[in-house]
Ligand binder design. Structure first.
Ligand SMILES: O=C(NCCCCCn1ccnc1)c1cc(-c2ccc(F)cc2)cc(O)c1O
Ligand SMILES: [Mg+2]
Length: 214
């Protein structure tokens, strides 16, 4: 019974990052996944695009769909203002357990609320359970076939407001064709593609930034 990839990523963080220093946690994961073993973090190249969108939006309420080992969770939360909060949904309980440890190592527990469960079940409960009105920024990075249904669910639940920014990972690889078609052709969104590469590789990928117009 050997270790899992998320467990090895956590070990690399505990070995190479400084407690309470989110940037060192991000760097430790990138170094491990670039040089030792690939993992599905948004990564450093696409991560810089995420950073620029977060800095532009200055969100106080962020929703992340798909935590994995909390690489993007920590990366985004480290840029938020003192009173801002990030809710991250993770379906896989093994991933969630590792993510909690990575978040704790970064010292960001007070900013981040990790919720374990299915996005389709939790999205309708966010207003009531967490006192959320609407989100300023949503980062989609979970099952690629859930991007579109969950976006429609977010609309239906009144969790989007004019100006809410949806930032979607992997719109080229693995790809989210139905989601891309929707946000690029809907009158309710202004969409823009940021060309990049699949994390730690030279494969084509990119992020889609879509502003909800209401
Ligand atoms: O599947 C991905 N993410 C979802 C993981 C499970 C989410 C579970 N969950 C959380 C909440 N609700 C459900 C993903 C995959 C790849 C990839 C790319 C190329 C390749 F050859 C293999 C894989 C790259 C990514 O950047 C990804 O994000
Ligand atoms: Mg991804």
């Amino acid at each position: 019974t050997g270790s899992t990839r998320p467990q090895r990523i956590l070990r690399a963080v505990q070995k190479n990052a400084t407690r309470g220093d989110p940037c060192s946690v991000v760097k430790a994961i990138d170094d491990y996944c670039r040089h030792k073993e690939w993992a599905m973090n948004v990564g450093d190249e696409k991560g810089c695009i995420v950073d620029s969108v977060v800095s532009e939006v200055k969100p106080t309420a962020v929703l992340e769909l798909g935590t994995y080992c909390a690489y993007s969770t920590v990366r985004i939360a480290s840029l938020l203002s003192p009173n801002a909060k990030l809710i991250t949904l993770e379906f896989n309980s093994d991933y969630a357990a590792i993510a909690r440890e990575v978040i704790a190592w970064a010292g960001l527990q007070d900013k981040i609320q990790l919720v374990e469960g299915a996005s389709g079940e939790w999205i309708p409960r966010l207003k009531e359970e967490f006192g959320i009105e609407t989100f300023d920024l949503i980062f989609l990075d979970h099952w690629k076939d859930r991007y579109l249904p969950d976006t429609k669910l977010l609309e239906k639940c009144g969790l989007l407001r004019p100006g809410t920014v949806l930032l979607a990972d992997n719109v080229i690889c693995p790809g989210t064709p139905d989601y891309l078609d929707y946000v690029r052709n809907s009158q309710q969104y202004k969409s823009k593609f940021f060309k990049s590469h699949l994390e730690y590789t030279q494969e084509e990928d990119g992020l889609e930034k879509s502003v909800f117009l209401g």
